[in-house]
Design a protein around this ligand. Structure first.
Ligand code: DGP
Length: 113
């Protein structure tokens, strides 16, 4: 099967502005930032979308949620940041490799629309 765009960034085959990595996940800057801080936190495992994660992925999903605040803090979000997971085309998912958007660095209004 062909690699996802994010697998290619993780492998270094496509340039990516990587700000964090560990054995399970990688974070890099979104190419089209919606805020001063807009990162994508991506598991190395190419799960296509959240709804396709399995029970066996539970620890990995927990790791992503535990890692996101650390990366947000590292990148200067302060106490306020937002996590977004778009699941499916109808929700705006365009890259089918699970990723958490970490958005911050400005006031974030609610609801997001
Ligand atoms: P989503 O729409 O939730 O699937 O988010 C995909 C994000 O990926 C979108 O905000 C733009 C970003 N993106 C697309 N192509 C690239 C790329 O080549 N490099 C980086 N850094 N981000 C990308």
């Amino acid at each position: 099967m062909s690699q996802t765009l994010f697998e290619k960034i993780i492998a270094g085959d496509i340039p990516g502005d990587i700000v964090y990595e560990d054995e399970h996940c990688v974070a890099f800057r979104d190419v089209a930032p919606a805020a001063p801080v807009h990162l994508l936190l991506v598991p190395r495992k190419p799960i296509p979308k959240l709804a396709e994660a399995s029970d066996g992925d539970s620890a990995l999903l927990g790791h992503l949620l535990r890692t996101a605040p650390k990366v947000a803090a590292q990148e200067g979000c302060g106490e306020a940041f937002r996590l977004v997971i778009n699941n499916g085309e109808g929700a705006g998912q365009s890259v089918f490799h699970l990723h958490l958007h970490i958005i911050g660095g400005r006031e974030l209004s609610w609801p997001p629309g």
